[in-house]
Design a protein around this ligand. Structure first.
Ligand code: MN3
Length: 202
């Protein structure tokens, strides 16, 4: 069973003006499709074939660059589409809000730390909010398509929020203004979905 490019449950223009339609379309149909196809090629006939993406990343040989880059790319973008919504924004609630306050002090402190991580990631990469078993949350940045499911990467735990800071994610609309893109992202975060992921993985 090969991996398939996940469908978005909103239109490419639905996140405007925060993320433009052209960027969304290219990002989904070219970049994410590319990672998906190359992941399938890389695992064909290996022990990874037929496993879940989480299992593949948990058991990854970090020297296996094809699976590391494309498996990471497949997973990270699936998470990214999933935790955005045209009805997003606002703030987390319930258990997730409590975990964020416990770790960072307040939503504003969380937002500042996450933004600094995203803006400070040198070159291409991601900022993640992750949950550890037991419910504690943590923020980390990862280069390229690495993520904390991979052995020894970042803060560990399971990513429940991810922000793509590769230039392909924002350059058409924001050019070199990564900080403006990071700020805009908070308007489209689907906190309901992030809360669901928190509850499933804590
Ligand atoms: Mn990307």
């Amino acid at each position: 069973m090969a991996f398939e490019l996940p469908k978005l449950d909103y239109a490419y223009d639905a996140l405007e003006p925060h993320i433009d339609a052209k960027t969304m379309e290219i990002h989904h149909t070219k970049h994410h499709q590319g990672y998906t196809s190359k992941l399938n090629d890389a695992i064909e006939g290996t022990d990874h074939e037929g496993k879940t993406i989480e299992n593949i990343l948990n058991n990854l040989d970090m020297e296996n660059k094809a699976v590391r880059n494309n498996g990471g790319g497949f997973y990270n973008h699936k998470l990214f589409w999933n935790i955005m919504s045209p009805n997003g924004g606002g703030q987390p609630t319930g258990d997730l809000a409590k975990a964020i306050d416990a770790k960072f002090g307040s939503y504003e402190d969380f937002k500042n730390k996450f933004s600094e991580t995203a803006k400070g990631q040198f070159g291409s990469g991601w900022a993640f909010l992750c949950v550890h078993e037991g419910g504690a949350v943590e923020i980390c940045g990862c280069p390229n398509q690495d993520n904390p499911l991979m052995p020894g990467v970042g803060c560990g735990g399971t990513p429940i929020l991810g922000l793509d800071v590769w230039e392909h994610a924002y350059y058409l609309n924001y050019q070199n203004r990564r900080p403006d893109y990071v700020e805009a992202f908070f308007n489209v975060i689907n906190w309901e979905e992030v809360s669901k992921l928190y509850a499933q993985n804590k």
